[in-house]
Design a protein around this ligand. Structure first.
Ligand SMILES: [Zn+2]
Ligand SMILES: [Zn+2]
Length: 376
């Protein structure tokens, strides 16, 4: 990358085709809901540390250590069952001897149904003969009943290093209001499961992002992330170059006031069943990794407010895959339609671990306030 490209942002390489229809010609009232967004079009590659990227090397302050996570993590543990757990589940309580006795009782039930069958008699002698050869276990060596469960653990001795998610230059994502004096956004996260993040879900289980606003000119140092130390596979992203493209989005119908929503549905009905497109899939939101714009999937509360009272805005949408309706496929890849699957094009970041994706919101008044994370 030349210095000029670095200061002006990445060069676009992908073009979203014109929408099949200009929705403002049909519903001019939608104009007030238009929002700018940037499709990042990630593709596997080797981004420069100065460039916008996914999971790439980063510009980094020389005297700043790589960040680590100190939040409690949800991990799978095998531990001794408590008395209460044993009482709740007879299977946990069962000792090996009791377990064998209950299997034998079932065997005897079956055997009683065929009292004269010589094959069953032969099987029975082998059944008990085999058991008699199992060495007896001294009672004190019978292990206590254990269960496999999840538990929140705070890493103390080995803090978990964060992994990079995106690095974005302001020139690439002009709709994002960077804090004054900054021009580089870095989002890293801890790729373990956490349950204590701020967001709409009562039971959030997902990665814990940290957001850094930087001034690129002050960062002489570059740093490449080491291999992730554990975590959930789908939260450790593949390294990608990004190819930002600026677009305009309109809200999902569920995010619009009812009269407008009804107008959209009535208009869609007038198109008939044979219509090759519809509002939600083709005219409102772009699929794929993007900044700004509107959120997909209106499954959670949309009145997103920071604790300071200010509105929050959608900083980043990281979905499970890039593909939406075929009408959004870049012109450069238009031959890719329908059922064809190509991991390189459809799932370049290899993000998974959410049903649909992760949305990161930040405060309008002060982007340093704690972000709000929705996992859908
Ligand atoms: Zn963590
Ligand atoms: Zn705030």
């Amino acid at each position: 990358m030349t210095a000029l490209e670095g200061s002006m942002g990445s060069l676009p390489m992908f073009t979203t085709p014109n929408r099949p229809l200009d929705i403002l010609a049909v519903l001019p009232e939608l104009a007030t809901y238009a929002r700018r967004a940037t499709r990042l079009h990630p593709r596997r590659g080797n981004p420069a540390a100065e460039a916008s990227s996914v999971a790439g090397p980063l510009l980094w302050p020389e005297d700043e250590p790589w960040p680590t996570c100190s939040l409690p993590h949800l991990v799978t543990v095998r531990r001794e069952a408590t008395a209460e757990e044993q009482a709740r589940s007879p299977r946990i309580r069962e000792s090996p001897a009791a377990g064998l006795a209950s299997v034998n009782a079932k065997f005897e039930e079956i055997r009683a149904r065929f009292p004269t069958d010589p094959n069953v008699a032969r099987l029975a002698s082998r059944w008990y003969d085999g058991q008699s050869r199992i060495p007896a276990v001294a009672p004190e060596r019978v292990p206590a009943p254990t269960i496999i469960t999840t538990q929140e653990l705070v890493p103390t001795e080995h803090p978990v290093p964060l992994v990079p998610v995106v690095q974005l230059r302001t020139a690439d994502v002009p709709e994002i209001p960077f804090p004054e004096g900054t021009d580089l956004l870095q989002i890293l996260w801890c790729p373990h499961l956490h349950t204590t993040l701020r967001g709409p879900q009562q039971h959030y289980y997902g990665p814990a992002p940290s957001i850094f606003w930087r001034t690129a000119a002050r960062l002489a140092h570059t740093i490449a992330p080491g291999p992730a130390a554990g975590g959930v596979g789908g939260y450790v992203l593949e390294q990608c170059t990004v190819h930002p493209e600026h677009i305009t989005e309109y809200p999902d119908p569920e995010d619009l006031p009812e009269p407008l929503q009804e107008q959209i549905y009535a208009w869609e009905e007038s198109l008939g069943d044979e219509s090759a497109f519809d509002y939600r899939n083709d005219l409102s939101l772009a699929p794929g990794l993007k900044t700004g714009g509107w959120p997909y999937w209106p499954e959670t509360s949309r009145s997103v407010r920071c604790d300071c009272g200010s509105e929050m805005y959608l900083l980043l949408t990281l979905p499970n895959g890039e593909r939406g309706a075929d009408s959004w496929n870049p012109l450069e890849e238009c031959s890719q339609t329908g059922e064809d699957y190509n991991e390189e094009l459809d799932d370049p970041t290899r993000f998974s671990g959410a049903r649909e994706g992760i949305l990161i919101y930040i405060c309008h008044r002060d982007p340093h306030h704690e972000p709000w994370i929705a996992i859908e």
